[in-house]
Design a protein. Structure first.
Length: 227
């Protein structure tokens, strides 16, 4: 069965050569949590193969998406045939990225270079404001504050600051994935590298979001090859 994947939009997403991001709902599976994680991984790779097969006109069955743990996925031909060198080279140049959060998986592909995507569940963001501030200073290199949130009072301040933290964290993770870097403490050298990526927040499709209470936030980062 084909995964039910819906497009995520971002500023400039309709421009030729921009990355494409798809959202897939992942309901909880019977059994241990690993069953749900396995379903998410399987559907993510199926969605990527389907999207790339449609884009290249070769069909999803012709494409294999790697699943090496800790490594960005890669697309290759399921079976190379004589005369497939150009298609194999095109696949090798495509950047791929996958991100999972409880209930939702995002996949991204970029025909012109590296890409990173990340989705964060707001339920997983630290509830304690001091802890969010500490993590932001350690990993994001800046303190998160919002004068708009302050004007709304204490209760709204907590909620909006939590959203701001999750958005910043998603953007950082997307940039790190784009550069194939692990999560590590912020530094001027790392900040200079991350600045090479164009990073934008994602608008999740209506079927994947709760408008009254946001459930997830997400970001995509990409880098085109040098001319």
């Amino acid at each position: 069965m084909k995964p039910d994947a819906l497009d995520c939009s971002f500023e400039g997403s309709a421009r030729p050569g921009a990355p494409r991001v798809l959202a897939i709902a992942i309901p909880a599976q019977p059994g241990p949590p690993e069953a749900t994680r396995a379903a998410a991984r399987q559907q993510a790779r199926a969605a990527l193969a389907e999207a790339l097969g449609a884009w290249l006109g070769c069909g999803a069955a012709a494409i294999t998406i790697s699943s090496e743990r800790g490594q960005a996925p890669k697309a290759t031909l399921a079976r190379a045939e004589p005369g497939d060198a150009a298609l194999a080279a095109t696949l090798a140049a495509i950047g791929l990225s996958i991100s999972h959060a409880p209930g939702l998986t995002l996949v991204a592909w970029h025909p012109r270079g590296a890409v990173g995507v990340d989705v964060q569940s707001l339920d997983d963001a630290p509830a304690d404001a001091a802890e969010r501030q500490r993590l932001a200073a350690l990993y994001l290199g800046k303190h998160l504050a919002s004068s708009r949130a302050t004007a709304l009072g204490g209760q709204s301040l907590t909620a909006i600051t939590k959203i701001a933290f999750a958005r910043a964290w998603a953007a950082q993770e997307a940039r790190l994935k784009c550069l194939n870097e692990p999560l590590r403490e912020g530094s001027p050298a790392l900040a200079a590298r991350l600045a090479q990526c164009l990073t934008l927040p994602l608008a999740l499709p209506a079927a994947r979001a709760n408008c009254d209470r946001p459930v997830w936030v997400a970001a995509v980062a990409w880098r085109a090859p040098r001319p």
